[in-house]
Design a protein around this ligand. Structure first.
Ligand code: MLT
Length: 404
């Protein structure tokens, strides 16, 4: 008889956002008249920018001609996009990242889940707590996390680095030395960011400890404050210890189009082995490249018109974030995030845990959010609302919450 990968059987429950969707579907079935406002999963609502749509149309039309037709994309990404990213996202910020250190893919979710494959199972991971659940779950699937304790909701072989109001949502260096450190800033879910000086401490630590940092910068487009780095490579020494994950989803509304990139500098080595070479080998074997038309759309994000239109979209979501942040504050909630991020992180009322508050908001205000405990044990007692809704729905949702 065949055997399954029983690491999958160790996973408690379903993926966070699937659990939420199931609960909301059950509620909707029982209350068909309820007008539900979804501020749970961080999915965008604004249409794709006109400059991007134009590039998409053009790329589609090219497919109808013999000269313009494109088959398999280069598995690491088209040079036109890799060069555009290197110039706009790195050179412009003083980071020395070459186009061939950028790997184009169909999403930061899959990259953040897959990147652990190039590391030995013996490595110990450290994660911020709370954090995007994909980092831990993908390591569970690989068999790197030990045993699960349902009481504390922790894995025996994972180092948890609490990020709570007590430490200003900035993780402290762990007591036990990890091999792989997942950092996500601006953070999902807390919406808080760290300064370049604070990030430099992590880079120095990783270089000294021989650890690698997997830096998820999916929300960098939302940074508004000057001292917050948009890339880990703004820190000295990051090229020898950090991999960076970036996404077009939150930057340019590509959650449906699917486009992302991962940076692995050639200087990042384990002994003589370049991680770059391993990821290139993995990509070559398991991936046939993001579609040409989507990569052309990605290129248009960096055109003059694209940049201006996307800046407007981000301002729109920032306006939502401010409305949520200020509205909740007025209603007496303790709130964080929302300034360098599309997420607002609030403390649940004393008598309610995260899931109780989820049910309460769904039933009493017909508003969907994300329970903090779904992101890790230190998320208990917190709740996340996303600013990615429409402005009208955001206002309605917050006004309903204020009336409770
Ligand atoms: C979230 O809501 O945390 C994100 O949208 C999920 C994702 O990016 O996959």
């Amino acid at each position: 008889m065949f055997k399954v990968n029983d690491n999958y059987l160790k996973l408690p429950g379903s993926y966070l956002f699937s659990t939420i969707a199931k609960k909301v579907n059950a509620f909707t079935a029982a209350n068909p008249q309820a007008e539900i406002i979804r501020l749970g999963i961080g999915d965008v609502t604004q249409p794709i920018a006109p400059a991007v749509i134009e590039a998409l149309h053009k790329a589609v039309d090219e497919q109808s001609t013999t000269e313009g037709f494109k088959g398999y994309a280069p598995d690491l990404g088209y040079a036109f996009l890799r060069e555009t990213i290197a110039k706009n996202d790195y050179e412009a910020y003083g980071c020395d990242i070459a186009a061939d250190e950028i790997f184009v893919s169909d999403g930061a979710k899959s990259d953040s889940a897959n990147i652990q494959e190039i590391f030995s199972l013996d490595n110990k991971i450290a994660v911020c707590d709370p954090v995007y659940p994909v980092y831990v779950d993908s390591n569970v699937m690989a068999g790197r996390t030990g045993t699960y304790d349902p009481k504390s909701e922790t894995w025996s072989d994972v180092i948890y680095m609490p990020c709570t109001a007590e430490n200003n949502f900035c993780p402290e260096l762990p007591k036990e030395t990890p091999d792989i450190i997942y950092l996500c800033f601006p953070n999902n879910p807390t919406g808080e960011a760290i300064t370049k000086e604070q990030l430099q401490v992590w880079v120095d630590y990783a270089n000294k400890a021989g650890a690698v940092i997997i830096y998820d910068a999916a929300y960098k487009a939302y940074i508004t404050e000057k001292d917050i780095p948009v890339s880990i490579y703004q820190c000295e020494g990051a090229k020898t210890c950090a991999i960076e994950l970036c996404s077009f989803s939150k930057t340019a509304g590509f959650t449906g189009l699917r486009l992302a990139y991962t940076v692995i500098p050639k200087e990042l080595k384990c002994g003589d082995v370049q991680l770059h070479a391993l990821w290139a080998r993995r990509h070559g074997t398991k991936y046939n490249g993001a579609p040409y038309i989507i990569q052309r759309a990605g290129e248009a994000v960096y055109s003059e018109a694209g940049k201006a239109q996307i800046a407007e979209q981000i301002a729109y979501y920032h306006k939502n974030a401010s409305y949520i942040f200020n509205g909740l504050k007025e209603a007496g909630y303790t709130v964080a995030g929302g300034v360098n991020s599309p997420y607002v992180w609030l403390k649940t009322p004393e008598q309610m845990n995260s899931w109780e508050f989820f049910d309460y908001l769904l039933e009493k205000a017909n508003v969907v959010g994300t329970p903090g405990s779904g992101f890790g044990p230190s998320g208990e007692g917190y709740f996340r609302l996303t600013a990615f809704g429409t402005y009208e729905n955001t206002v309605k949702a917050i006004d309903r919450i204020k009336k409770l």
